[in-house]
Design a protein. Structure first.
Length: 187
């Protein structure tokens, strides 16, 4: 491992939760240092990942949005593009985007009771894609706002062998419909 940094607060994920946590941290504890780790090269989490036609919120944005930045769009149920723009605008307006470290994938975190801090193991991919290195960051507090989707390889269901009816599955991260029916003659 190389590059051991220390911050007061380490936030995992640059989606709606991570951006919100950073805002409140800045407002309530402006003296605290922080960084946001984002495994991908962009902000937005779910609202950037999923690309299928018609994706939108299932909750009104007056409730789902931030209390410190009220939703002003005429449509309370918003499309992914509008939500993504709202998140990115919020991060830019509040200087949060300058704290984001892109291409930093958390591999694990260990708590050290004697030092009262977390040590987080990270896989950092160079922006040009030409290499990966392992780094560590220590923090007094660790906020996990990474969501529950596995970005690098979403779940792809498989069909039960021997089924007679064609099955298809919808992959929300790509908008694809795929067949999960075994090929003829396979089991």
């Amino acid at each position: 491992m190389s590059d051991t940094d220390h911050v007061d607060v380490l936030i995992v994920g640059a989606g709606i939760s991570g951006i919100g946590a950073a805002y409140y941290l800045q407002r309530e504890h402006p003296q605290r240092s922080y960084a946001i780790l984002e495994a991908r090269g962009v902000t937005g989490g779910t609202w950037d990942l999923f690309r299928y036609p018609g994706i939108r919120s299932d909750s009104d944005l007056h409730t789902f949005g931030y209390e410190f930045k009220p939703w002003r769009d005429e449509h309370a149920i918003a499309t992914a593009d509008k939500i993504l723009a709202y998140l990115r605008e919020t991060a830019a307006e509040n200087g949060i985007d300058s704290h984001i470290r892109f291409h930093h994938k958390v591999l694990g975190a260990d708590w050290d009771s004697t030092r009262s801090r977390w040590t987080v193991d990270i896989e950092r991919t160079h922006a040009d894609g030409r290499g990966v290195e392992l780094v560590q960051i220590s923090a007094n507090w660790l906020f996990c706002g990474g969501g529950y989707y596995r970005y690098d390889q979403g779940y792809t269901p498989t069909s039960k062998a021997g089924t007679d009816s064609p099955d298809t599955s919808f992959i929300p991260s790509t908008g694809q419909r795929i067949s999960t029916t075994p090929a003829s003659g396979s089991s």
